[in-house]
Design a binder for this molecule. Structure first.
Ligand code: GLU
Length: 296
């Protein structure tokens, strides 16, 4: 990747199904933040889990973004084509004795309160299959979230050593996202609040690997009437590709914008330039989630 610019943002969906309103909001927020600052906006498919994701869903997401006039720069990066890069980075951490094998199950970890206690760090033998965990340091990771304000996490106590390679042999999200944000020279990450507590792990890995830290902004997550994040698991309805203008208007309101009434029937090609001009990241509600029913 040779692209270098003052601002490079990205939208990084996991192609597990069609875009729903929540993912449209994340796409739009990252797009508007990038474009309003004259930046690049990249698209990355986080397709590391073939059991949950499909090439058809990735194609569908691309087609939907096109229909909504959310045009990205350059070619799409597919994480499924980046396995060698993740393997190399993992090996470099192993060479530094920062990684160890762990065969603990989710049930075992839940029994000790859900935070891993690093019990396999000091074992010489583990049975197969193993996950690989990175050793965390006893330090507090602090960062300033552009929307949500100052954040901190005590990695050792609140998270524990975390998985870089899953027991099933798949690379973990935390590793892949850090490797690719650096590979794509991402300077600014705008994404859902559900990933806020992953950020300290990502910053920790960036420090271990000598990668520059991006700026972070976490937008509220759209939730259903039960307070659940819109997702395929919770049967979120796909966004209706027949009415892109209406969906964009709803997403802009979700993000704290107040589009004028005369844009009520405008197509994306008219709405987006208005939104780029009026984008104010500080107007985004400083909330973890917002019920979707307020916007439909
Ligand atoms: N692929 C992740 C998701 O769809 C987002 C990753 C990120 O933005 O860091 O939830």
């Amino acid at each position: 990747m040779t692209l270098k610019a003052d601002y490079i943002g990205r939208f990084a969906p996991s192609p597990s199904g069609p875009l729903h309103f929540g993912s449209l909001v994340a796409a739009l927020a990252s797009y508007l933040d990038a474009r309003s600052r004259g930046g690049q906006w990249l698209l990355r498919m986080e397709d590391l889990d073939p059991a949950r994701e499909s090439p058809e869903a990735a194609d569908d997401i691309r087609a939907t973004l096109d229909r909504f006039s959310l045009y990205w720069d350059g070619s799409v990066l597919y994480q499924s084509e980046r396995l060698d890069a993740y393997a190399n980075v993992l090996q470099s951490l192993r060479d530094r004795d920062l990684v160890y094998a762990c065969d603990c199950s989710r049930t075992q970890i839940n029994e000790i309160g859900g935070v891993y206690d690093n019990r396999c760090r000091y074992r010489s033998e583990t049975t197969q299959p193993n996950a690989l965990r990175v050793k965390v340091a006893d330090e507090i990771i602090r960062f300033e979230d552009t929307i949500q304000g100052p954040q901190q996490q005590e990695l050792l106590r609140e998270c524990g050593d975390f998985v870089l390679l899953r027991k099933d042999g798949l690379f973990a999200y935390q590793l892949a996202v850090v490797v690719d944000d650096a590979f794509q020279n991402i300077t600014d990450i705008v994404r859902g609040y559900d990933l806020l507590d992953s950020t300290p792990r990502q910053i920790y890995l960036q420090r271990l690997l000598g990668f520059p830290p991006p700026h972070y902004a976490h937008i509220p997550v759209a939730v259903n009437e039960l307070g659940q994040k819109l997702s395929k698991q919770h049967f979120a309805a796909p966004i209706n590709p027949e009415s892109p203008g209406k969906q964009i208007l709803a997403a802009l309101r979700f993000l704290g914008m107040q589009p004028p009434a005369d844009l009520g029937n405008a197509p994306p090609g008219t709405l987006l330039p208005w939104a780029i001009e009026h984008w104010d990241i500080q107007a985004v509600p400083k909330l973890a989630n917002i019920p979707l029913e307020q916007f439909s």
